[in-house]
Design a protein around this ligand. Sequence first.
Ligand code: NAD
Length: 493
Amino acid sequence: MSEKPIVIEAIINGKKIKTEKQEPRENPAHPSEIVGYAPVNTREETIQAIDAAYDAFPSWAQTPVKDRVLRMRKAIQKIKDNIPDLSKLLSREHGKALYDAEGEFAVSLMWMEFACDNVEEVLKDEIQEHDGGKTIIARDAIGVVSAITPWNYPISLSTIKIAPALLTGNTMVLKPSPLAPLTVSKVAELIADEFPPGVLNLVHGEADVGVELTSNEKVSKIAFTGGTNTAKHIMKAASDTIKHMTLELGGNDAALVLEDIDVNDERAMRRMVISNFLTAGQICMIAKRIYVHRAIYDQFVEKYIEAANKWIRVGDPFDKNTTIGPVNNKKQMDYVQSLVDDAASKGAKVVKLGTVLIDEQTFKEGYYMQPTLVLGADYDSPIVVEEQFGPTVPILPFDNDEHALDLANGSIYGLTSSVWGEEEHCLKIARRVQAGTTMINTAAVQGLDVRFPFGGVKQSGMGREYGKEGLLTYTETHVINNPKMKELPYIPE
Ligand code: NAD
């Protein structure tokens, strides 16, 4: 379904800016098709966007919260009105199946509405009267926020930042990933139009734009989602001016399958398979290594393959029968394949999963990968210890609960995790897993709830998004103290 490429422009101080340089975005299902062009902004343009956000901040921070909410609700309605076209565009530039793109919009809107519904309560002063004195604990906006987002969930990972930042009185410069820049720009445009000039600005580009956004002294907070290595550069760039930070980073989520799981529970096996391969495995919070009790290992693997063959259908993102489209880009596809090849070269068994709904030539032309299961890999092999971020998963046995916990926690990451089996047993184990979220008998987006805080421990990040914490993280605590006793009694006159 080839269509005329769209052209995106940067938004600085309420105006669309034409750039000298533009970068094409291909369709991962048909890489010869250009879906659109995104700007490559210069460092000077990035500074202009930061200046606009900085100048807009004082008056925006003083705008009543009711007015902010009203504007955000209008933006939400405009996004809703455009979902069919926006989802199609997202699917074409990203490669994710159309239902998956629609699902991303559904979650994004759920969150934006939650943020609108809860911001007034979150920002309410806490007033404490004591010994005749009075203390107000207020929540102030922070200032200019640089939001830097990745390609895998461009809409939800941008709106997860835009909505709380703007609602709590901050201004923003958003920089999406060049690997899925088009739809998120359309969404940002719809939102920016509802707000005063400079409140939401949009720039595009790579590292030099990123460096300006993370080091400029007028930026007070960085909200970043992306790889752990990129975050290390960002922390260094931000250190000179001590910025607030929310970092949502990589993960290598473990799924622990306990001895008492019912492997004949077809729905549980379906949830497990989907939690490994949704969006072709390109989700931060997806099970990326499965550890299974040795007593049920063979039986589990057999049932897993059966479920995967039933539920995984690789095909054109617009085909209604497709559950998994292509991988987003060639570099990622080659990386995932290299991990599988490495494991195979060291003696692991690679099992292909699911069915392929497209012909061989279309498969080869696009960045398609047939999902695989890797059995018998070494516990410390790259496919197990690194974040594959693609449609492959290793399954390894464990001997007892302590062994399972050692394996799960023996990682530099700790984003999400899941425990599968009898509920009480799962709960006991879950408490000891080092992760921001641990799900019971489900995993990944199936267990995601925008009402609760989300984020990682260890090198999976710091801070939380979603839930009330996801709003509070865009505020500074400001104590206004009016004590009864104004002077300390023990200081000599
Ligand atoms: P990435 O780190 O390569 O890029 C993320 C963003 O950072 C992009 O916009 C990129 O242009 C920008 N960037 C690159 N260099 C920069 C620099 N020096 N300074 C500032 N910005 C810079 O990540 P990616 O490949 O786009 O995304 C995949 C990664 O994101 C995976 O590791 C995945 O686990 C992680 N992720 C985490 C979460 C979470 O919530 N924890 C969610 C989704 C994705």
